[in-house]
Design a protein around this ligand. Sequence first.
Ligand SMILES: C[S@@+](CC[C@H](N)C(=O)[O-])C[C@H]1O[C@@H](n2cnc3c(N)ncnc32)[C@H](O)[C@@H]1O
Length: 299
Amino acid sequence: MSNVLTPPSILEILQKATEYLARKGIDTARLDAELLLGHVLGLERIQLYVKFDQPLQSIELDRYRVAIARRGKRMPVAYIIGSKEFYSLELAVNPNVLIPRPETELLVDWVLDYLGSNGGRKRTNIVELGTGTGAIAVSVGYTALHKGQEGLRIFATDISREALQIAQANVDKWQVGEVVQLYQGDLLQPLPWELAFQVDLVVSNPPYIASEEIRGLAPEIREYEPLGALDGGPDGLAFYRRIYDESRDFLVPGGHVVLEIGHGQGQHVMDLARQYGYTDIELHHDYSDKERMVTVKWR
Ligand SMILES: C[S@@+](CC[C@H](N)C(=O)[O-])C[C@H]1O[C@@H](n2cnc3c(N)ncnc32)[C@H](O)[C@@H]1O
């Protein structure tokens, strides 16, 4: 065991950090301890086990202690390390943006399939509402560009100026500036007017938690993720109403709206689509068989 004279090894410090995080009620204590140590040491998780008996330098130990203390206060790992992988792309994140979730990749898959099916379009205009980190816009733009897609333009908006700074960093990092343009403002309001009736597809993962339910969420979400990225109004559906309503001034006939939804919201979001005059309404489930996405067509 380590004492004052011998600094702890990777394995010893991992053990201690894991026990500490577990005592704080964190289910993923070992994984988180490894991710944070890997971050501090600049190593992949697997390399921690290759170098398990390597002693930590005191500066590394100090940085690791700070990271573990933050995690002990339930700060999400992604905010501590400042990045999150989404659609195989490492994205910058900070507490001004929602941490992109793997479920949202379902929307990216749908949009990429749609682009692949083309339908003879020379130009495709996509609008993303509430882009946050830019996860959807950047991964669609990056993948489409690398597949040789031409004529694609993605217009992504967010009401949060701070979120857009992170989105811009991700656009720059993945060099998708030629297809992805960012606009600050309320939903479709900041978009150029030339886009009226020119948009082929509107995609969004809007805030969809009912206001009352936010205090029941895990501390990682409730205390750290931006409220403006979560709060979907009294019934959680406020953004769906507005998106269906306001998108009609921008969509081409036959254009699509692709929306992430919370589990249990499927029927409501489909009913709303009907009320606003959309057709071809489909509910999609994610890999855990939860209601996750509604796709509709503008007649
Ligand atoms: C659930 S997050 C989604 C972030 C990102 N698209 C993703 O999937 O990871 C919702 C985003 O909508 C933004 N937002 C909230 N109200 C908005 C509004 N009225 N207009 C534009 N964006 C808004 C929030 O700032 C937040 O970035």
